[in-house]
Design a protein around this ligand. Sequence first.
Ligand code: NAD
Ligand code: UDP
Length: 313
Amino acid sequence: MSLRILVTGGAGFLGSHLCDRLIAGGHDVLCLDNFFTGRKSNIEHLLGNPRFELIRHDVIDPFKFEVDQIYNLACPASPPHYQYNPIKTIKTSVMGAINCLGLAKRTKARVFQASTSEVYGDPNIHPQTEDYWGNVNPIGRRSCYDEGKRCAETLFFDYHRENKVDIRVVRIFNTYGPRMHPNDGRVVSNFIVQALRGEDITIYGDGSQTRSFCYVDDLIEGFLRLMNQELTVGPVNIGNPGEFTMLELAKLVLEIVGGSSKIVHLPLPSDDPKQRRPDITLAKKYLGWEPTVPLVEGLRRTVEYFRKEIQAG
Ligand code: NAD
Ligand code: UDP
């Protein structure tokens, strides 16, 4: 069945891949974005498609459409970008959630929230399961993002309990792949771009902190399965349980790219989580989902993308 689907943040890294999959599935897509971190180039191949509509709009301001499903992805995701204007970041999460939920309540659309592993903060249980309440500093530099996303989850569950809004909540763990912005500031894009340009690879701290990296195609498959099943409203972790230190990641990127970059160490930002790895038992059980692209393969594809981006200037 062809649906009318709103994707907020649809011109961003994840949003543009989601728009592609939805259009390929025969749906009509309304892509709402204010282009803070998104780019026209991510979606320009969709612009002539009659099933695709681009709306330049801020998710903070109310909007009215007739839709069957809503994916709420609008929010800067990289620490330098979400810390650039922290008050705007928290407003985007909170007001964006309220606006999407209000629309879902009126139209009876199913609404999906792109939440994050950051709701677990600097976790003291490992790996992280969905029933862990997290360890988040409420007043630090990362709080605008972490607490904004936590508040959005609260709003989703209150609208669900109070107004029977049909919700789905995904907790996304670090995801990478083509269409990340070269200046995004997240670790995978930084290391690859630095290696391709022959610049120093910047490890923050001693590089012993860990993250678990999911390739974008695997993640989007998880989104679609979560949105289109009836067993649970969430939250569900989607991520790749393969866990790597930042030092291991830097070495792997150097191995793939080659070149002469040196590893340098810079100060660790405050509240930087020491370890992160998803427990994906629920995703396996409810969605039959698990990642299929190993890190080395996903990195190869991402390196190819950045090589072309950099050559294109
Ligand atoms: P991104 O920065 O590439 O995309 C975010 C998109 O939202 C951009 O197109 C941006 O212009 C848009 N946007 C930001 N503020 C907006 C506003 N006020 N109104 C309208 N549009 C706005 O980041 P991404 O990696 O694609 O992340 C997408 C979503 O997934 C975000 O909500 C993020 O918090 C979540 N997430 C991503 C990851 C990851 O590893 N990529 C991990 C956890 C959660
Ligand atoms: N990081 C790093 N060098 C960089 C960018 C990030 O060592 O150039 C580290 C960062 O301190 C963190 C990890 O890589 O420990 C992941 O950072 P990212 O910003 O990608 O995501 P998040 O911290 O939000 O998981």
